[in-house]
Design a protein around this ligand. Sequence first.
Ligand SMILES: *Cc1c(COP(=O)(O)O)cnc(C)c1O
Length: 418
Amino acid sequence: MQFSKELTALAAQAEAALAGRFAEIDEVAFANTGRVMDAFRANRVSDAMFQSSSGYGYNDKGRETLDCIFAGLMGTEAAFVRHTIASGTHALTIGLFGLLRPGDILYSVAGKPYDTLEEVIGISGGSGNGSLADFGISYRMTELTADGDFRTAEILETLKAEPKIKVVFIQRSKGYLNRKTLSVETIGKLIAAVRTVRNDVFVVVDNCYGEFVETREPGHVGADLLIGSLIKNPGGGMAECGAYLAGTARAVELASYRLTSVGVGTEQGATLGQNKALYKGLFYAPHTVAQALKTALFAAYVFEKLGYAVEPKWDEPRYDIIQTVQTGSAEGLCAFCRGIQKGSPVDAFVTPEPWDMPGYADRVIMAAGGFTQGSSIELSADGPLRAPFTAFFQGGLTYESGKLGILSAAAEMLTLQS
Ligand SMILES: *Cc1c(COP(=O)(O)O)cnc(C)c1O
């Protein structure tokens, strides 16, 4: 891959400016790797745990130990990690249906949740498909402030006025929205405030894209249930598929009855040879997340200098691996994705096109040239075709390949400008 003199100079300028930020990222990765290795040692991880189980999968030591390790790392009492959970949306569905009962209210306090949850909750789409709404569970929402903070006073008033609220739902990452990602500290402050008025609600955090970006997780600041995907941060780019739920013993137990069946919970679940990939992925995760963060910072710097609005900016704090670039037009968004695709290790020769992806209201364009289909801890970009045509991108298994991908996207955008 060859880039113009101007782009090569810009890349060098970016890396000089980012040296301090990169050092901070390395420190977090070092601390989180220490946490992972402590957990492995404390749980006596051994080769025997990588053995496969079949059938019901009773007494799968590798699976049970990984559940304990995840709980410890997420700052919670319990957890389950399963390759059989199809996606993050599936995991969130398990969690919400596990905790909510007819008549209850689901209360989203960080604005609209992720697009794919709209049909799960029953905000959009036809009724009768088995959404939460179909089961008599209603939904309320409070937007974040323009600065991206919680409207704490309003949230506390609502919690006092609506005793039927059972789940307080917080999406940590921005998802497909033009908003800021919430820090663990900010989430912790809200949880503490919620506890002053209600101790009988479950605080559920959609933790997608946030894992290992900080040295603490929302479980360390009192969340009842954290949910995330293994083809994002905590799979480290190694997990082939799957997701996790981690939380209080009761919340995890209730969710586990939705995972399998009431009474069975986490006791079943053949691992079919997946244990080693999940352990190895978790081992890599802090490092892989650091690679993705460096790639995102590099992109923030480069695209800002090229005249695009980016979020977060290169010198701002970061609480997830997502970077946005406002491309300003459908052509811009498509060019960006084309560039990322060209700069990917797999399927570099294909041209991404917008499509009607199941679960999403607008057409979506995606660039993904990863080893695992749909994995977004690998360099990937996507965005719904709606104004302001924001490209959301994330990932990069290695900073070197991420940097090449970003330069490729920049080159593609520059051909559009000229
Ligand atoms: C990725 C993501 C999800 C789940 O998405 P899947 O594609 O179903 O894995 C949910 N919430 C947020 C914020 C996400 O980023």
